[in-house]
Design a binder for this molecule. Structure first.
Ligand code: K7E
Ligand code: CUA
Length: 659
């Protein structure tokens, strides 16, 4: 008991120090030509797109690098009133889950799709922790195309990590929980007996990108933190950092920090996929939503799935799919270098960085060089699989990325710094302070087989005194470093929207020419599309009223509507007839308990409105679209229930007249 207390104190002391210490010389460490290196002249483009997780905002932010300019915020897991994402009828199904409509998410990690270990610029995958989900974004439109829920999982943190040809996206659970087909109404203290971990393999269609859960691995109850795929020689393997091998279910800060070493779980995913394909495993009941956005109908659909194929740990062990590599002190990041020869573990509470050799791992597996077993899974001998340890790198290593010259860069949360070291020799080459408490860091292309190098961004949790103060809540911050020389050079601080975790960068020229500029109105197959002003109409069916409207510079058709009654349920189906780049119109109705719509050229969007006052209700375009934007408006006349005011509508000469 005494020992637990002591460890607890140490942990708290380390964590306390993150708020207590402030690096010396914190003000400015930039050299003379830093401004030149980040200056992107007006009208010019940045060299890289950085897709940055929004954390508890649930969204993804896109920054230009090296300027640090915020280019766009992409709505994914949270409702977004600016675009109507999650408010329009077409997008609401994207938020469906087995728990019903979930309007918010916690977004941490991103994976750009890869072909042969290199970024191919097709899709971006994103995880959601809280209600476990994985999203896929289409990089020709920068929009969310698909969201799949992950059953038997809780706190989807070790996610989404992809294989080097985007065959699979994996999702490891943070919390172990009872599986859905088991009785979950059990004492929490029965964690060790009744809880399980899950690692989910989502298959990605190579043409369409469509996701489908292929199988799940059911594992002993531990916490999975992060992962990365192998590449080159280690292609075909995944490496998952694993903590809480103590199986604690209360006060984890103490109870899950007992063991000197936790594990990195090495998974031969090709073998696991073969097992699943060969009819091994069992189907278990599990409810999860699969939501797909159709770019032609401009409409999302949600399908509830009801079972999943599960591979149990015994059959995985027997087939040689899973092995543990001991890793010091609650590992967080598990990162694989560009050659695929080395796996870097980062123990949150460790003061060294272990680097594992894939070749040695395979040898240890062949030799059955085990330290023992943990819940039936062979634990490989630490010294047998170790390439070496980086000694005294800093305190609290979290994440590592790589450049193209054999160097690794590791973020240190507790000691607030980025440390550069050589992957072969394990020598520390350089260290630079960060302001403050860096979580993830990103090297351009830094988790691929061919990093671009050149830039590194540290994503910081605490910005404290770096910007003008804004009351008790301060924003998070990024710091850009030039890593083209031997020494890292700080170039720029820039504040962020949301909370940054992981981010990935892709060369701008890889995707800038693939961007869609409009939606072809002729290809619009929405059931509610209106392709010309002549086709606008209003259809009443009992108390449901469907209004088929169009928007074009600078009027709304129809802009005079009468005959709506209290008790009606009104649907505005609004089509933007424009076919020019960058010409959205907006649509908002006074007093509506909803957001606006943002309707892109060629698109149809539906806004639901339940009128609750008798009178004249204005509506208007919210997006400043031309010199006469302020003229783009209209009125709805709302009458009492049962009124005999007829349904009449029109614009201009067709507007309803006095009677
Ligand atoms: Cu380190 Cu959620 Cu990737 Cu944040 S995690 S820092
Ligand atoms: Cu259309 Cu403003």
């Amino acid at each position: 008991m005494k020992k637990i207390k002591l460890i607890g104190l140490t942990v708290c002391a380390i964590l306390f120090s993150l708020t207590a210490c402030k690096p010396k010389g914190a003000k400015s460490a930039v050299t003379g030509n830093a401004a030149e290196k980040v200056y992107v002249a007006p009208g010019e483009y940045d060299e890289f797109y950085s897709f940055t997780s929004g954390g508890f905002s649930g969204q993804i932010a896109v920054y230009g690098i090296p300027s640090g300019r915020l280019i766009k915020v992409l709505p994914v897991f949270s409702q977004d009133p600016e675009t109507g994402w999650g408010y329009s009828e077409e997008s609401k199904p994207m938020f469906n889950t087995s728990y019903g409509f979930v309007p918010w998410g916690d977004q941490h990690h991103l994976s750009l799709s890869q072909t042969n270990g290199e970024l191919d610029g097709r899709w971006l995958f994103a995880n959601e922790n809280n209600t476990p989900r994985v999203a896929r974004l289409d990089l020709t439109t920068f929009t969310t195309a698909e969201i799949i829920e992950i059953p038997n999982s809780a706190g989807n943190h070790s996610s989404p990590f992809i294989t080097d040809n985007t065959e699979y996206v994996v999702a490891g659970t943070r919390f172990s929980v009872p599986f859905e087909d088991e009785d979950g109404d059990i004492p929490i203290s029965s964690y060790g007996e009744n809880f399980s971990g899950a690692i989910t393999f989502i298959k990605v269609d190579p043409e369409s990108g469509r996701m489908a859960i292929d199988f799940q691995m059911k594992t002993p109850p531990v916490n999975y933190d992060l992962s990365h795929t192998g590449k080159g020689p280690s292609s075909g393997w995944f490496f998952f950092s694993t903590y809480n091998t103590e199986k604690a279910y209360t006060l984890l800060e103490v109870n899950a920090s007992q063991r000197d070493k936790d594990f990195i779980l090495a998974v031969n995913w090709k073998k696991a996929a073969e097992l699943a394909a060969s009819g091994k495993g069992r189907k278990v009941k599990a409810n999860y939503a699969h939501n797909v956005y159709d770019a032609d109908t401009h409409t999302a659909t949600s399908t509830m799935m009801d079972e999943v194929l599960v591979l149990d740990i015994d059959e995985l062990v027997e087939a040689g799919v899973v092995y543990y590599m001991p890793c010091p002190k609650s590992p967080h990041g598990a990162d694989v270098d560009p050659t695929g020869k080395y796996i870097v573990g980062s123990g949150k509470l460790a003061s060294l960085i272990p680097v594992f050799s894939f070749e040695k791992m395979i040898k240890a597996i062949e030799d059955e060089n085990y330290e023992g077993h943990f819940d039936g899974i062979p634990v490989l001998n630490y010294d047998a699989v170790l390439h070496g340890e980086v000694q005294k790198p800093g305190l609290g290593p979290l994440h590592t990325e790589f450049d193209n010259d054999g160097n690794a860069y590791t973020s240190f949360f507790v000691s607030s710094e980025v440390v550069k070291w050589n992957v072969e020799t394990l020598e520390v080459i350089d260290r630079q302070p960060t302001y403050y408490s860096t979580g993830h860091l990103t090297v351009a292309g830094g988790d691929t087989s061919k990093p671009y190098g050149k830039y590194l961004v540290a994503w910081n949790k605490i910005s404290k005194d770096r910007y003008l103060p804004t009351g008790p809540e301060l924003g998070q911050s990024a710091q850009l470093f030039d890593i083209s020389g031997d020494k890292m050079e700080l170039l720029l601080d820039f504040p962020l929207v949301g909370e940054p975790h992981y981010a990935q960068m892709i060369a701008a020229d890889k995707i800038m020419d693939t961007q869609k500029r409009i939606y072809d109105i002729n290809a619009n197959s929405s059931p509610y599309v209106t392709k010309s002003e002549e086709d606008t109409k209003i259809v009443r069916n009992g108390n449901r009223v469907d209004i088929y409207m169009t928007l074009i510079r600078t009027h709304i058709t129809p802009d005079n509507i009468e005959g709506i009654q209290l008790g009606d349920e009104v649907y505005f189906h609004v089509t933007n007839l424009e076919q020019d780049w960058d010409l959205p119109h907006g649509f908002a109705v006074m007093g509506n308990n909803n957001a606006e719509l943002l309707v892109l050229p060629g698109q149809t969007r539906t806004l639901k409105w339940i009128p609750n006052k008798v009178g004249i209700i204005p509506f208007y375009c919210t997006d400043f679209c031309s010199a006469l934007h302020q003229e783009m408006q209209g009125y709805v006349r709302v009458s009492p229930k049962g009124s005999n005011v007829p349904l009449r509508y029109g614009t201009g000469d067709n507007a309803p007249s006095m009677e």
